[in-house]
Ligand binder design. Sequence first.
Ligand SMILES: Cc1ncc(COP(=O)(O)O)c(C=O)c1O
Length: 386
Amino acid sequence: MTAAFGHELRGHWPLEDGAIYLNHGTVGVTPNQVLAAQWEIKQRIEAHPARFMLRDLKPGLRAAADRVAGHLGGRGEDYIFTDNATTGINAVLRSAHLRPGDEVLVTDHTYGAVANAARYACEQAGASLVTVLIPFPIADEAAALAAIESGLSDHTRIAILDHITSETGIVLPLAELVDLCHDAGAQVLVDGAHAPGTIGLDIPGLGAEWYAANLHKWLFAPRGCGVLWAREDVQPELHPAVISWRLGEGYTAEFDWTGTRDPSPFLCLPAALEFLDGLGAEAVCSYNHELAVGAAAMMADRFEGTMGAPAAMASAMALAPLPENLPAEAVEADALRDHLLYEHNIEVPIVVRAGRLWARLAAQVYCQMTDFEVLAGAVQEWTATR
Ligand SMILES: Cc1ncc(COP(=O)(O)O)c(C=O)c1O
């Protein structure tokens, strides 16, 4: 692929003409080439569905898992596919057999669905959910380490840690956090929904017990492609959130068949990685990082604020402060987000934190700085009407 990053690349995605799409982080955008590969796989399945699903699927999934391991580190047999990160996290929580008195640690940056799953697991077991506050805007990694340390106790069974926080786009110092939790006797479940495709990753090297991620956000797989990596020693106790035929037959056997579902997103992984490699995986990470951070700095300058995190703690997402005189309320955030979408065709999440509004900027290689300048101008216009 020879086109420069930015608008020249837009033709590789089916994005609507004129849409300024600054929200790759929420559900991803699948490239045309990967959608075409998915269509071919679906045709192959439908040519002889039972043969495919009952015989060809398992080796196909294992081959795709080997490709995942080639990209994210470790061994293919330690990865299983899930429909999404939430499903992987639910499987771990359900398998944990929490007891009364146990504590599960989350943070005030934990993704809402994941916090709900943790709360539900705690309620079912009579365990306690402990929510620690990570300062925002965050000054440095030490602030994150101190926050997590303050929430650990002798009773912490599992700490659920984001690799990259969803709403606030902060890359947490995960290897150090894992050590901290292990020293306190807690196991670590990582929510890495945004990490594959945005930062260099060696999942086993982080040392956590479990790592759940999405490949349909930043790794260009079709929607409905998550993975769960589990350390070998915790695999025997781990079961899918939905128990099916292969119960008791081992980790990959149980998760490779959780009932009839569309396996095409998983089988597209080689096509997604081929697309990424065509762009250059490292070049994608650094372009997106520079663009997100550069755009957040531009808006911080224009709207007189600081970015949500130092550049070194941002990836392809960065939080840009919006004008301080806008009401820091959910109703204002929703109204501005709708205004940007319906009046300017700009898609971007608006967040309320620390007494002001923020835009969560997500940069993907089809974006360029002019997109963020249009956003800043539209916010400025909106502010003038308030
Ligand atoms: C940090 C984080 N965790 C989990 C998820 C859940 O992803 P999914 O809905 O694909 O399970 C998201 C989605 O945005 C997320 O940002």
